[in-house]
Design a protein. Structure first.
Length: 414
């Protein structure tokens, strides 16, 4: 029987502790269904009310359109063939696949998600204003919710999806990814041909600068020494030496490019090293103070030229060298550009995004059905819980009094 002080917090806790050992009232499915049937009107009213409210909210939500553009990364087909060949090797193929580099589509997905592409899109479409953000960092956090870039591992096709309230804006942003990533690739070197093009482009720029310096040095020597032209013998000497030095420089560039993909034991590397050694020996002989062919009037070494013209010879020879190198670098640069052009577009657009004619979300039917189902389950659970607690209080008045005492003890306003 409940004592006089059973409503105090200590007594309530003690009563709860004592009743924990008692079994909770058992329930049968028939009782639960009976409780639900007795409260069916209340459950139906709440469910219908929530469903109507969800319908109103769904109708007020603006439609969102999704524009899709697809791209094909260069080398995807070759990569797929290599992957199939490795898969045919069984466990060894699995080991090699684990050590292999990332596929081209993974690389281009990363480029499409890069900050450089995002800044280009922002400058073109003013994304910060469109998405109502003030800083670029905030834009980076917001954009993944509207722009998604993914790759199909089987086909190698890259998909760009853009969600927006404006269907045309979504299509324009999806299509603009191709132009922005092309700009980015213009200053990057991804393929072998691009690497060679970038290398020769730098060499060409350096050669142009050296040619300007050689012209200025020759002009200075002419003004200082007063030598304007040389005789035919000295002119032939300068031309031959300059051509030989240009051939040496050209083969050095070829050797440097070849070493990026070949070892020192490669036959082409060995051949170029032998040619360079022979050419350097010949150049050293031509520039020496003594000729190895006594009595030869044509093969005159530089050291035998008149002392007054020696500076002019060197300046003129350097100018001739840079002119020959420039011609060679231009030729190599054009060849590299042709090789790069043969590779085709860096990123081919398979499907051009069109303004969608039907919204992709929100799904109003799904919102109403999910809300109605949640309301039905929640209301039914609440009805069952209330009836279960009422049954427990009726079967165990001591625990009921303890719960009421505990609630009163923790009530803020008494």
């Amino acid at each position: 029987m409940l004592s006089a002080d059973s409503t105090t917090p200590q007594a309530a806790l003690q009563a709860l502790y004592d009743t924990d050992e008692d079994e909770a009232p058992a329930l049968s499915l028939t009782e639960v269904l009976t409780w639900l049937g007795e409260s069916k009107r209340q459950i139906a009213a709440v469910t219908v009310t929530i469903a109507v409210a969800a319908l109103v909210v769904a109708l007020l939500l603006p439609p969102i359109y999704t524009a899709r553009a697809s791209f094909l990364a260069p080398g995807s087909q070759q990569q797929s063939g290599s992957a199939a060949a490795l898969a045919a090797l069984g466990s060894l193929g699995g080991l090699a696949g684990g050590l292999a580099a990332k596929t081209p589509d993974d690389l281009y997905v990363a480029l499409l998600k890069s900050d450089s592409v995002l800044r280009g899109l922002d400058a073109r479409f003013d994304l910060k204003k469109h998405y109502d953000v003030e800083t670029h960092e905030a834009l980076r956090r917001v954009v993944p919710g509207f722009i998604r870039v993914s790759a199909d591992k089987k086909s190698g096709v890259i998909n760009v999806e853009v969600d927006d309230k404006d269907a045309k804006f979504a299509a324009d942003v999806a299509n603009a990814h191709e132009a922005e990533v092309t700009k980015l690739l213009g200053r990057l070197a991804v393929s072998e041909a691009q690497l060679r093009r970038v290398f020769f482009e730098k060499q060409l720029q350096d050669t142009k600068e050296n040619l300007v310096k050689a012209e200025q040095a020759l002009r200075g020597v002419q003004e200082k020494s007063g030598v304007i032209v040389l005789d035919k013998q000295a002119e032939a000497l300068i031309t031959n030496a300059a051509l030989l030095r240009a051939q040496i420089a050209e083969r050095e560039v070829q050797l440097k490019v070849l070493r990026t993909s070949a070892t020192e034991q490669n036959p082409a590397v060995i051949r170029l090293n032998s040619e360079l050694h022979a050419m350097r020996s010949e150049l050293a002989r031509m520039e020496s103070a003594q000729s190895s062919s006594p009595g030869s009037a044509v093969d005159l070494p530089v050291g035998k030229l008149p002392e007054a013209a020696i500076d002019y010879v060197r300046a003129r020879r350097e100018l001739k060298l840079q002119e020959t190198l420039l011609e060679s670098m231009v030729r190599q640069y054009e060849i590299a550009k042709l090789d790069e052009a043969k590779e085709g577009p860096t990123l081919q657009q398979v499907d051009v995004a069109q303004p969608p004619d039907h919204k992709s979300k929100p799904s109003r039917a799904l919102i109403v059905l999910a809300s109605a189902l949640a309301a039905l389950v929640a209301t039914s659970a609440l009805v069952v819980a209330r009836r279960w607690f009422a049954l427990r209080r009726a079967r165990d008045p001591i625990a009921s009094a303890a719960w009421r005492g505990l609630v009163r003890a923790w009530r803020i306003r008494r």
